[in-house]
Structures are given as structure tokens and as C-alpha cells.
Design a protein around this ligand. Sequence first.
Ligand SMILES: Cc1ncc(COP(=O)(O)O)c(C=O)c1O
Length: 387
Amino acid sequence: MKFIDEYLSDIKDKGLYRELKFFNRPQSKYTSIGNKRMLLMASNNYLDLCNDDRLKDAAEKAIHTYGVGSGGSRLTTGSYELHDQLEKKIAIFKGTEAAILFNTGYMANIGTITAIADKEWIIFSDALNHASIIDGCRLSGAKIVVYKHCDMDDLQEKIKVYKGNKRFIVTDGVFSMDGDIAPLDKIVKLAKENNILTMVDDAHGTGVLGDNGTGCVEYFNLKGQVDIQLGTLSKALASEGGFVAGTKSLVTYLRHKARSFIYSTALSPAMIAVSLCSLDIVKNEKERRVKLLENSKWFQWELRKLGFNVLESNTVIIALVIGNAEKTIKLSEKLFEKGIFISAIRPPTVPEHTSRLRITLMSSHNREELKYVLDKLKEAGMELGII
Ligand SMILES: Cc1ncc(COP(=O)(O)O)c(C=O)c1O
């Protein structure tokens, strides 16, 4: 079809064409593509649990007990006792009355936002919110008011302009491509003063931030003050699935109204068993996230010393901004040749002229490995005239 060919040739010209990379070993700090061993510096498997024996054993046991496919949607035949256990465990972990599982974080966002808002609602949404939040907002038909990224003055101004009694503020907890943390304390304060609901998508804070690893709400000491806490099990928790934690009535409401919950086959028991086990590991192995965050701070510091443009981040997501899409790809390819995997992130995932390497650390990376990456980044950065 002509329009497809034209589109594909256009994105090739602009350096925006994307290729899939196929791994043939588990997602861990060392993995492989083809016959090339790769040091992985780009995974959301922050706690390096995707290949953990305890999680694999949990999945195996669940398969032997319950089989593989769940066989139906949650409201028909797809709810197992394990789903109930996991929802209760997530609620305890997040400090809420209840929780509800979705098949992915993406589905949790679109299902929740469309269940709550319709064209009578106003949604205040951070300019850098994740695509699944944006899609949920658009699908809902609500009036979407985008405020400047983490800019509380702008949010306050917009709250004054867009009045009504059906309003909510939605934000990423940790921004997935920049690595910064939303000023949740200030957002909650503004929301309370103006009688507005709050929703935080803590996909990247869950399992990493806060003394107990429960995420942004704990990090800001805001227990009980955020109305809708959304998260995903697919990143630090090394599993699959999304969830919403909140009041019992919110969860019951979503069970009746969230279309992506109602009309999709439930997660398999094996993946639920994995999540149950990884929540225990997060609780019991604090040292993983302590090391992770220490290494992240150190690594960012070293990158800046080399002259790279690195965004400010208190998390494990490190955005090394290049700007030009083609140069970003070249840098990523040069690292690939040296056995280092770091994804190049380009528009439309990030705004025009802000193409970047999105570097993410795992708790298992050691300083020697990180120094190797710094050396290779320095070499490649100099060759390409980036530093
Ligand atoms: C902020 C944010 N929300 C939601 C998602 C989607 O989660 P999942 O991968 O479980 O669909 C992601 C992951 O890509 C994300 O970064």
C-alpha cells in the first residue's frame, strides 16, 4: 500500500525507523543477541529478578497446580485463588484497602481513566506522561489540560482557569524517559486545596523507591493521600501485569466499569505466582535497591564528568540526551559493537530534538562493569563529536 511505503521511507530518511532486537538468553545483566554476549544497560528489570530461580520455581509450581492459560476473563472463568491473593498482597504493599489487577500497566491506565472520566470531566495531565496515560485520557473524551512538565505554577494557573467538580490530576510517579520524580507532595497539596482527585502511575517507582520499595507515595510520605495508585508488575517486579490500588469502592467500581479489565483474558496463574514471589523479595531484600540507587547516582556523576548531557535523576533511569536522532542511533550501535546494549530513544517516544540513550541500571551491575561502559561511552562519544 502506497501510504505505508511512503511512511516507512519517510521515517527511514529521518533516522526514526525501528528494528527489533531478539534476545536468546534470559533478561539479566548479561544476555545475548545472536551469538553476541551483551552487557544489558537498558532493561526495566531493575532488581535483576527476571531469571531468579525463586521466581522460576514459583511459575513452575503454579503451572503444575493450575496449568497454563487462565481460560477466561476475570469475571467469567479466569479468576483463580492466586489472583485474589495477589490483589490482597498488592493492597498491603501499597498501603490501601484494596487492589485490582489488569493484564498490563497500559491496560490499567486506559481502563481506569476511561472508567472514571467522560466528557464532563477535566483531566490535568503532565506534558511528559506515559503514552498509556495519554491514550486513556484521549479515549475518555474528557477535556485534557496538559501542564508543563512538573511545573506546579503552571498546574496551579490551569486549575484556576479550568473549574468544575469533576476534575483529576494524573502523573507518572517516575517519568519513564527522563527518570525524574513528579513533585507528588505538591500535586497532592494543590489537589486537596481545590478538591481534585489524584492519580499516580508508579510503574518505575514500584519496587525501587521508598524505604520499603513501595514507590513514590512512600518516598513522599503520602500514605492514604493519593486517590488512585497505579503500577505495573512488569518492571522491578520482573513479572507481567498492571494494577490499581485504592479504596474498596474504587476497586469494586473498576471491576464493573473498566473495559480493559472486563473484556480480556486474565493473566495466567504462573505469572501471578511470579508476582507474589517477587513482592516478597522486594520486601526482604532491601540491599538490592540500596545498591541500585547508589550506583545510579555514581554513574550519572561520572557521565557528567565526561561531558555528557545527563538529565537530573534520583532514580535508576538515566537520560543521556544527544538531541539528533541519527547520532543517537550511531552511539547506540557503537556500544552494541562493544557488547553493550543501550536503547536509543527517539521521537515520538520523546519530544523532537531530544533523542537520547535511556540507560537503566540493575542491582547486579558492579563498578567494574559500569567503568567499562563509561570507557566505551567516552570513546564513542568522542568519535561522534558528542563530547
Ligand atoms: C509510566 C508507565 N506506565 C505504564 C507503562 C505500561 O506498563 P506495561 O509495560 O505493564 O504495560 C509503562 C511501561 O512502559 C510506563 O513506563
